[in-house]
Design a protein around this ligand. Structure first.
Ligand code: AMP
Length: 248
């Protein structure tokens, strides 16, 4: 029996190798929402040799994080069909100020999008609206990965119609994660799955992404889920949380 299916706006948190991709595909199929993986979006840009892909490639190969402004533009494009600075120009001035504090002057440095809102936050152009396929919900796999990305998401994108319902944190111990990554490197051709890069990615997660747990716990969105066991077992735990979130 399939049971009820809920429309959801979800972030999947959890270290590399915690099973985010596998679970994202399942949640996407079950709830009919797109799974948006910034890792995959970056791979596509790199394979296409786009300017963004060329800037991102060395970071991905080294297991380092790609700069926030590139990733925010990718996500803005996927959610709104606009650059991140175009989205932020359509949200209230107070939220913009919070965003600007989060990511520094990067949108200014790129030249912004050329107006749209007055200094009081009054819209002078149509607000950015989520693209059709994310209106019923979406699942973000691998984004946000830094505090600046999370804060920019809240300040720019959540205000423009994409507020999150829940952040699912897959809790898996380091030995299991390394074993899963090593298995994956034998079966998939990824740019970044050799043992040394895998360790680097885990360190980057601990330093730059793990602090998001406290950030989302503070806003009441964080739900930590045991990520050990079979994909079916983990999926059942995640579904139980999603049902609970939908029912509250
Ligand atoms: P993933 O497939 O999610 O493990 O991502 C693969 C690689 O893409 C990461 O190791 C980073 O180099 C890059 N990447 C993916 N998502 C992000 C993000 N949100 N911020 C910065 N870099 C990212």
């Amino acid at each position: 029996m399939r049971g009820r299916v809920y429309s959801v706006r979800v972030v999947l948190l959890g270290p590399p190798g915690s099973g985010k991709g596998t679970q994202a595909a399942r949640i996407s199929a079950r709830h009919g929402v797109p799974a948006i993986s910034t890792g995959r979006l970056l791979d596509t840009e790199i394979a296409a040799g786009s300017p963004l892909g060329r800037r991102a490639e060395s970071f991905v190969r080294a297991g380092e994080l790609v700069p926030d402004d590139l990733v925010l533009d990718l996500v803005a494009d996927r959610l709104y069909g606009a650059t991140a600075s175009a989205v932020v120009d359509h949200v209230p001035a107070t939220a913009r100020a919070s965003h600007d504090a989060a990511v520094g002057a990067s949108s200014v440095a790129r030249g912004g999008s050329g107006g749209g809102a007055s200094s009081t936050g009054t819209l002078t152009a149509p607000p950015a609206t989520p693209t059709a396929d994310v209106c019923q919900g979406f699942l973000l796999d691998g984004f946000p990965r830094t505090l600046a990305q999370a804060e920019a998401f809240d300040a720019r994108f959540a205000c423009a119609g994409c507020a999150l319902d829940v952040v699912l944190d897959l809790d898996v111990d380091e030995d299991t994660v390394l074993e899963r990554i090593s298995h994956r490197s034998r079966s998939e051709a990824r740019l970044d799955d050799d043992a040394e890069t895998a360790r680097r990615r885990l360190k980057v997660f601990a330093e730059q992404t793990a602090p998001l747990r406290a950030y989302y716990a503070a806003s009441g969105l964080l739900r930590t889920v045991d990520g050990s066991g079979s994909p079916d077992e983990v999926a059942a735990r995640l579904e139980a949380v999603l049902a609970e979130v939908a029912g509250r």
